[in-house]
Unconditional design. Structure first.
Lengths: 480, 451
């Protein structure tokens, strides 16, 4: 049997001889495992294995891509021919030039780091961990549902290109979370820990689940869910808003990460995900936020979901500013888009699996910490509202008008945290909002959050990204 | 396309490999071709052949679910071994009475179109190129996608259930862009011949050019709105998640809870999950092998109930509705064919009889998690939002933000169009939404886009 590298290189050589300008082959094996306990019983034990092989070719200015779930030798040649057919069809309706930015060839291996392999931990251990976290929370009639879940993910990936790269990468991740639903008197409240939609995720092993420590945090969120049932509604009007790290991470995702994707700015995603208010003419000039605001794209952060060795163009992982001292300075880009703004790819092109076309995706998009301690930030706030943990999110097709609801809020009065408030919703226009940022918490308030479900592309691709964020304060924010 | 014998063969091998007390499986082999375009240029073009086997094993009243993309014997055996291992390590399912064994016949439905299965990449590209070229004469560019799918599906279980169906789908989504305005058109069908790219291109172009030099703004507050089928489809996609599924009913987030057989919505609101309508996107069985049927969700404003797989139906003490999307899946029943009954008016008559209102083509980025018990949602309009005055479209409006309870909105329906359109969606190859144009009174506009 031919080894994978020889097979891929032979196929790429054959494609080159047929006149392709560029070609790459990717192969992925993706494994997922999910354990869910609901209301004291295991609801779901599931395991999924997905194999994919994808070949992308550029012929003239027409792209072609073909993929299969079949990894055998004969499939490689067949899929290569299919990609050529698709490229020929693209040529019929291609009206623009394709120029790829340069990249050096890389022969490399990269792997994320874990201490305890998720697949070495028995199901029984995961189940008992979830029982320990959730069973004690069901001792109140107002608690309608208690859910705990643990997820494991691994992707093995090979990338080989006509430019001489052959890269093998392996990523292992785990995530865990709790959800409590309390219902009474027609009121419905949901509280989650540490984050909604499956919890928090990192590129680590079981040691991360132990660190998250669901059992130690369940009682607090259960009590908060119950307290929210009778809490007053967060007041509408213009407020000084303190946004906790978890919610601010999603704010960064929606109002900075997505609009900084160059393919959106070029109109390539407008029919589905939308465009961007950040246009190339604004680079280096546009005031996105206050001087305090520094947002970096950093695919090199240890153990985060947006971390990798090389992107799916074979470009090495990088760290760079999107927003520097409040000014918009760069996009997330790939090889076929960076040239449109006269730059080189900064290595942010990824595909969910080898069965999908690589597109620009967020890596780890992080709001850099400031210098203000949590205590000083609170003490400096005479009257405000602190919100955290996302409940709903919505933003327009240019990423300007946003509206977020959070699970919980608290009054801040004369520097002290006061009453709990329910159903906080705030809204704004992205640059006005970030320009109103007047305090950013220090490193102690900063943490990185894993989001395994960022959707983009057609067919839709779900990407695993992360966001580091501290607590921060914003002036004159409208609450609904 | 993988034929019946081969796909049913995979099903047989999977069930044969499954130890335990009972097992069921769904096997899907598909080829999906997606051509994406923007700036009147094809920039992504792909063909994917894929396979998926989802196998559930029940052992001693406990469940394990494993899936694989490979149909090789060794991978099927490994998948069966994993499912059994998980079932053995799991816990007993509360009240579960077991897998389907009724074996009632399934309906003969037109799920497959030969021409769609054979549509060549080049044919699609030529059709798009013609649309681009006509757009150039009107100074618009197009963005969107043209996708076709051909699939072969088999479902069955160790109680002797065997189902198979071929499936085709074609879906065009296009927006026309004219400087700073845009318009939208879409159509989905089992038959690619129903997708008239030129007609849809013109529809999107007309919406992009309509009143493009007559701009206006409006105040926030309650407005009469006329929502096109794509806007309605986005609402129903969220209602599927927060209202219709078995899981949303069990966890208490659905407004159906406590309201079954009660008049909650307006008498002109009738919603169903209708996979048998040949004019929609028919499909004959669910992932548990049960024959699909028309399930009433809301009948003339009266709430009927959620859609349920067998596990959730047993848990809730209700009848299963043949809505399993996958064996053991988290939503425990999902409506893949949401159909809203139309009325008697034409879209033009609805506009003509509106003194002052807003015409909405499409929504963007809805979210229905604000207060799910009232189906409170927020979202933006896009690709053509217009002011109606004295029965005429008079001004183009900016994209508007709204925040609105659907329980309230569906109690305030004024008029529905007779014509309905099938709207596809990215996650649902089986069906989509069939919706009319709907006029609703008192829709809450809360803001607008703009720097």
């Amino acid at each position: 049997m031919t080894d994978t590298r020889s097979l891929f290189e032979t196929t790429l050589k054959s494609l080159s001889s047929k006149g392709v300008r560029y070609a790459d082959i990717r192969a992925t094996t993706t494994s997922n495992e999910h354990v869910k306990v609901r209301n004291g019983a295991v609801e779901n034990l599931s395991s999924a294995t997905d194999r994919a092989l994808g070949i992308r070719v550029l012929v003239g200015d027409g792209w072609g891509f073909a993929a299969t779930s079949n990894h055998d030798e004969s499939a490689v040649e067949r899929i290569a021919m299919r990609a050529l057919e698709v490229a020929a069809a693209s040529h019929i309706a291609s009206t623009q030039l394709v120029e790829l930015s340069e990249v050096e060839p890389h022969i490399a291996q990269w792997s994320s780091h874990f201490e305890i392999d998720p697949w070495s931990v028995p199901f029984e251990t995961k189940i008992s961990h979830l029982h320990e976290a959730t069973d004690p929370l069901r001792d109140d009639d107002r608690v309608h549902q208690v859910l705990g879940e643990i997820s494991s993910y691994r992707q093995e990936k090979i990338f080989s290109s006509t430019e001489g790269s052959y890269i093998e990468q392996s990523t292992t991740e785990m995530g865990a979370g709790l959800e409590v639903i309390a219902i009474a008197g027609g009121e419905f409240q949901r509280r989650t820990f540490p984050n909604p939609f499956g919890g928090d995720f990192q590129a680590r092993g079981w040691e991360f689940i132990e660190e998250v420590d669901l059992p130690a945090n369940g009682r607090r969120i259960r009590d908060e869910a119950i307290a929210l049932l009778t809490a007053p509604k967060a007041p509408a009007g213009i407020h000084e808003l303190l946004i906790g790290s978890s919610q601010l991470a999603l704010q960064v995702h929606e109002s900075c990460g997505h609009p900084a994707e160059l393919d959106r700015a070029m109109g390539l995603e407008i029919s589905l995900a939308g465009g961007s208010f950040l246009q190339p003419s604004m680079l280096g000039e546009f005031r996105y936020g206050s001087d305090l605001v520094n947002i970096v794209a950093d695919a090199t952060v240890p153990q985060a979901l947006g971390t990798f060795g090389f992107d799916d163009d074979g470009v090495p992982a990088q760290r760079f500013h999107l927003i520097r001292n409040g000014i918009f300075v760069d996009y997330l880009s790939g090889r076929d888009s960076a040239t449109a703004i006269g730059r080189r790819s900064n290595g942010t092109v990824r595909a969910e699996t080898a069965a999908r076309i690589p597109i620009i995706r967020m890596t780890n998009i992080n709001l850099e910490p400031g210098e203000t301690s949590l205590e000083d930030l609170l003490a400096d706030t005479k009257k405000g509202i602190l919100v955290d943990t996302n409940k709903s999110w919505s933003i327009d097709d240019l990423r300007l008008n946003f509206q977020f609801s959070c699970e919980v809020a608290w009054e801040i009065e004369n520097g002290k945290v006061g009453r709990m408030l329910k159903n906080p919703t705030y809204t704004g226009i992205t640059p006005r909002f970030w320009q109103s940022c007047d305090a950013i918490g220090n490193r102690e308030t900063w943490r990185i959050w894993g989001l395994p479900n960022c959707g983009k592309g057609d067919p839709l691709q779900t990407m695993r990204v992360a966001h580091g964020a501290p607590i921060a304060r914003f002036r004159n924010v409208e609450m609904a | 396309m993988i034929g019946k014998d081969e796909i049913v063969g995979v099903l047989e091998r999977s069930l044969a490999a499954a130890a335990g007390d009972e097992a069921d499986a769904i096997v899907v082999a598909s080829e999906r071709n997606v051509t994406r375009f923007a700036n009147s240029n094809v920039h992504q073009n792909m063909s994917e052949e894929s396979g998926e086997l989802v196998l559930r094993i029940i052992a001693d009243g406990k469940q394990g679910v494993a899936s694989t993309s490979s149909f090789l014997d060794e991978d099927i055996r490994h998948t069966a071994s994993l499912a059994l291992d998980m079932a053995r390590r799991s816990e007993r399912l509360e009240g579960f009475t077991g897998l389907y064994g009724g074996n009632e016949p399934v309906a003969e439905l037109p799920t497959f179109d030969e021409a769609t299965s054979r549509l060549a990449d080049a044919d699609k590209a030529h059709r798009l190129r013609a649309m681009f070229d006509e757009g150039t004469t009107k100074k618009v560019t197009f963005a969107g996608s043209f996708s076709t799918t051909v699939a072969s599906l088999a479902a069955g279980n160790t109680n002797g259930i065997r189902r198979w169906a071929p499936l085709t789908a074609a879906d065009l989504v296009t927006i026309a862009v004219a400087d700073d305005t845009s318009g939208f058109a879409t159509r989905m069908s089992r038959r690619s011949g129903d997708i008239d790219t030129m007609e849809l291109g013109r529809e999107a172009t007309d919406a992009a050019l309509l009143r493009r030099h007559d701009r206006s703004d409006i105040d926030a507050g309650p407005w009469d709105v006329i929502l096109g089928p794509p806007a309605m489809a986005e609402i129903f996609e969220w209602m599927n998640m927060i209202t219709f599924t078995g899981q949303s009913y069990e966890d208490g987030s659905s407004f159906f809870v406590g309201n079954r057989d009660k008049q909650v919505l307006g008498v002109n609101c009738t919603l169903a999950d209708d996979p048998l309508d040949p004019e929609f996107a028919p499909f004959p069985f669910d992932a548990e092998g049960m024959p699909r049927r028309r399930n009433s969700l809301v009948e003339k404003g009266r709430v009927h109930g959620p859609v349920l797989d067998r596990l959730m139906a047993d848990r809730l003490g209700l009848e299963p509705t043949a809505n399993a999307a996958s064996p053991g899946s988290d939503e425990h029943g999902i409506a893949l064919h949401v159909s809203m009954a139309g009325g008697s008016a034409s879209r033009e008559e609805i506009i003509a009889t509106t003194e002052r209102g807003i015409l909405v083509t499409r929504f963007h980025y809805l979210n229905g998690l604000i207060e799910p018990r009232t189906a409170m949602m927020t979202g933006m309009t896009r690709d053509g939002t217009f002011l109606i005055e004295d029965g005429k479209v008079t001004k183009r409006l900016p994209n508007l933000r709204w925040t609105q309870s659907m329980v309230e909105a569906f109690s305030n329906i004024d008029t529905l169009s007779k014509e309905r359109r099938i709207i596809g969606t990215w996650w649902n190859t089986f069906g989509g939404t069939l919706a009319p144009t709907v006029k609703i009174r008192g829709w809450k506009i809360t803001g607008r886009s703009g720097a």
